[in-house]
Design a protein around this ligand. Structure first.
Ligand code: CAA
Ligand code: NAD
Length: 284
C-alpha cells in the first residue's frame, strides 16, 4: 500500500502506459494494464520485460523488482479494473475519447477510487466534469521514457481535493520521481515550453532553413540537448505532438501555437514517428 493505493489500473498499453505500469509494479504495487487492442498488450509485456532487465543489469532494479514487473496483469476490458484504488489513463490525446472513458470508469469504480490522467495538455477540470467525482480526478503527467525520466507533473483540476493532491505527490515521490505542480492550463508547464520549440523546428524544415539532420545537430550540440527537436518529436509521436499543439492553440487562443502545416502533413501520411517506423526520420 502506497499513499492509500494498493491496486493500480493503467489504461492504454502504448509507450507511456507500459512505462507507468512498470514503475508502479517495481515499486511494489499490484498493477493491471488494460488496452482495447490485444496485440498492444503483448507488445507492452515484451517492452516491460526488456526495460526491467536492462535496469537490473545496471543494478538500478533488483531481481525481485524484475519479478514484480513480470507479475503485471493484462486486461482487454475496463471491467477488469473494478477493484482498483487508482486508475491512470494513458490513451490517445483526444478529449472526447478520454471523457467517454472517464464517464464509463466512474460507473464501475468504487467511490473512494482516484482517476488520474497522463494527458499532455487536456484540461483536468473538463475530464473531471465527465465524472461524478471531480474531487477525485487529477493529472499525473509522466515523461517519456517513464522508467528513466525523473519528472512527474501533477495537475490538480478546479475541483480536485487537497487530500488527493497530497496522496498523488506522495505516490510520485515513492516512485523515485521529482514533482512539478502545474495549474490546469493547456499544455501545463513542460509542453507549454517544449511544443513551441518542436513546432518551430517543423516550420524551419518546411521553410528550407536547413535539413532535418542539420536542425537536429544544431540544437543537440548547440544547446546540449540529448535529442534534436525533430528526433524528439518522432520519439514522442507526431500524432501526439499535433494533438497537443491543437489543444494549446484552441485553449490559449494565440496564433503562436498554430501547428506547422508540415507536421500536419506527416500525420496525414500516417508517419507518426518511431512507433510507426517512419516520421521525420526512418526507423527499423
Ligand atoms: N527502460 C530502460 N532503459 C532505457 C529505456 C527504458 N524505457 N529507454 C532508454 N533506456 C536506456 C537505453 O537502453 C540506454 O542504455 P545503454 O546505455 O545501456 O544502452 C540508455 O537508456 C541511454 O539510451 P540510448 O543510448 O539509447 O540513448 P540516449 O543516451 O540518447 O538516451 C534517452 C535515451 C534517455 C531517451 C535520451 O535520449 C533522452 O533523455 N531524450 C530526451 C527525452 C525527453 O526529452 N523526454 C521528454 C519528452 S516530452 C514528454 O514526455 C511529455 C509529453 O507530454 C510529450
Ligand atoms: P500510444 O499511441 O503509444 O498508446 C496509446 C494506447 O492507448 C494504444 O495502445 C491504444 O490501443 C490505447 N487506447 C486508445 N484508446 C483506448 C481506449 N478507449 N481504451 C483503452 N485503450 C485505448 O500513446 P502514448 O504516447 O503512450 O500516449 C498516451 C497518453 O500519454 C497521451 O495522452 C499522451 O499525450 C500522453 N503522453 C505522451 C508522451 C509521449 O512522449 N508519447 C509523454 C507524456 C504523456
Amino acid at each position: 500500500m502506497i499513499a492509500g493505493f494498493s491496486h493500480v489500473g493503467v489504461i492504454g498499453a502504448g509507450q507511456m502506459g507500459s512505462g507507468i505500469a512498470q514503475v508502479m509494479a517495481t515499486s511494489g504495487l499490484s498493477v493491471t494494464l488494460m488496452d482495447t487492442h490485444g496485440p498492444q498488450l503483448e507488445k507492452a509485456r515484451k517492452s516491460i520485460a526488456t526495460s526491467a532487465e536492462k535496469l537490473r543489469s545496471k543494478n538500478l532494479l533488483t531481481a525481485e523488482q524484475v519479478q514484480r514487473a513480470a507479475n503485471i496483469f493484462f486486461e482487454e476490458s475496463i471491467e477488469g479494473l473494478k477493484s482498483c484504488d487508482l486508475v491512470i489513463e494513458a490513451i490517445v490525446e483526444n478529449e472526447a475519447v478520454k471523457k467517454d472513458l472517464f464517464s464509463r470508469l466512474d460507473l464501475i469504480l468504487p467511490s473512494h477510487s482516484v482517476i488520474a490522467s497522463n494527458t499532455s495538455s487536456i484540461s483536468i477540470t473538463r475530464l473531471g466534469s465527465a465524472t461524478k467525482r471531480p474531487d477525485r480526478v487529477i493529472g499525473m503527467h509522466f515523461m517519456n521514457p517513464v522508467p528513466i525520466m525523473k519528472l512527474v507533473e501533477i495537475i490538480p483540476g478546479m475541483a480536485t481535493s487537497d487530500t488527493v493532491l497530497q496522496n498523488i505527490k506522495l505516490l510520485a515521490a515513492t516512485l523515485g520521481k521529482e514533482v512539478s505542480i502545474s495549474h490546469d492550463y493547456p499544455g501545463f508547464i513542460v509542453n507549454r515550453i517544449l511544443m513551441p520549440m518542436i513546432n518551430e523546428a517543423f516550420f524551419a524544415l518546411m521553410e528550407g532553413v536547413a535539413s532535418a539532420e542539420d536542425i537536429d545537430r544544431g540544437m543537440k550540440l548547440g544547446t546540449n540537448q540529448p535529442m534534436g527537436p525533430l528526433e524528439l518529436a518522432d520519439f514522442i509521436g507526431l500524432d501526439t505532438c499535433l494533438y497537443i499543439l491543437n489543444v494549446m492553440h484552441k485553449g490559449l487562443g494565440d496564433s503562436k501555437y498554430r501547428p506547422s502545416p508540415l507536421l500536419i502533413q506527416y500525420v496525414d501520411a500516417g508517419w507518426m514517428g518511431k512507433k510507426s517506423g517512419r516520421g521525420v526520420f526512418h526507423y527499423k
